[in-house]
Design a protein around this ligand. Structure first.
Ligand code: ATP
Ligand code: MG
Length: 333
């Protein structure tokens, strides 16, 4: 039996953070044996809203790969590949753009939110507006049937499947499989500033490569309950970032529940819950940081991992592109 194929990946916009650990990396480690897994270093997609800073996009290719390897992604099991070096992805994107309308792209709820969040106004880079078609190309080029994404990304998978159905209808046979979004139950980790999402570009993240001092400083500055002024005051657990992070990373569930009860009643200071969280995050990040530092001493190895993965992905994506070109009835050479 062949294993089901997973495509997932990250925009190369900076080092990965603990939100990625809780939301995606954890699952990717689990899927390594049971699935055929491709991790796409999405540098072309990163450029759609970072054209002013290609240096960052380039540097982050290595940063993200170091994070993958440091958390335990094994290149012998999972293929790590570079989007900009897989021409079939760009070629499929161009073809797919003819199977989606501008109005449909503008109506995509993810795109609408992201346009607002980035403050593009009317100056939307064309590449940004069209990235759902490029994402459809990424997913289908690997014939992935499972795409683990955050809940905000679900409309992109819906859009991918619309394109798949149009291509298959035009071809008159099912060339491409539909993809299923797998959304982690843990939801999205908020930023240290209390904003709805921790993000690389938001300046509100704790990186998996963060130094002990950076972790301390981030936890100390963390948002709690603004009305919890004195230790004896009753406090809110809901919406309290420290508790949200404890929910995500504290394995002593019973201990955590009794702390929450004490906090709600009053008599538990922010200092104590922050020290607990800091201890947990230091313990989580220390081995990742150590392994990452070792790997960073051998950049040639890291580049080689990307090169070999991209080579493997090239054959696969090229084959799909030819099937699509042929299926659409275009001229074949
Ligand atoms: P950027 O700010 O450049 O958009 P990002 O931090 O949002 O970066 P992405 O590369 O856009 O990261 O996201 C990669 C994957 O990680 C997606 O599947 C996304 O849903 C997931 N992810 C990103 N941020 C979080 C978070 N805070 N909590 C859980 N999952 C997350
Ligand atoms: Mg993002």
């Amino acid at each position: 039996m062949t294993k089901p194929t997973i495509l997932t990946g990250d925009r190369t916009t900076g080092p990965l953070h603990i939100g990625h650990y809780a939301g995606s990396l954890h699952n990717r480690l689990r899927f390594q044996d049971s699935h055929e897994q491709f991790l796409l270093l999405a540098d072309s997609q990163a450029l759609t809203d970072n054209a002013h800073d290609p240096d960052k996009v380039r540097r982050s290719v290595i940063e993200v790969t170091l994070d993958y390897l440091a958390v335990g992604i094994d290149p012998a099991k999972t293929t790590i590949c570079l989007q900009s070096h897989l021409p079939a992805l760009a070629e499929l994107s161009m073809l797919y753009l003819n199977f989606v309308t501008v109005a449909r792209l503008e109506r995509n709820p993810t795109i609408k939110d992201e346009i607002r969040a980035r403050g593009f106004g009317r100056d939307i880079p064309a590449g940004f507006l069209c990235y759902p078609a490029a994402q459809a190309a990424d997913i289908t080029a690997f014939k992935a049937t499972i795409v683990p994404v955050g809940e905000d990304q679900a409309p992109l998978i819906e859009q991918t499947n619309e394109i798949v159905r149009r291509i298959n209808a035009t071809a008159g046979r099912p060339i491409l499989p539909e993809a299923q979004a797998v959304i982690p139950q843990s939801g999205r980790l908020p930023g240290v500033d209390g904003k709805a999402k921790m993000s690389k570009s938001g300046g509100n993240a704790i990186a998996l490569s963060a130094s002990p001092d950076a972790i301390s400083a981030a936890v100390r500055a963390m948002f709690t309950d603004p009305n919890h002024l004195r230790v004896e005051d009753p406090g809110h657990v809901q919406g309290n970032v420290v508790f949200t992070y404890l929910d995500a990373f504290d394995e002593d569930r019973a201990g955590l529940e009794s702390l929450k009860a004490q906090y709600r009643r009053g008599g538990l200071g922010d200092g104590r819950i922050k020290r607990r969280l800091e201890g947990i995050l230091q313990a989580l990040i220390a081995p990742i940081r150590e392994r990452r530092a070792q790997l960073a001493e051998d950049p040639a190895y890291v580049v080689d991992v990307i090169r070999r993965g991209t080579e493997k992905a090239r054959n696969r994506t090229e084959a799909t592109k030819r099937e699509v070109v042929q299926g659409l009835g275009l001229f074949m050479l």
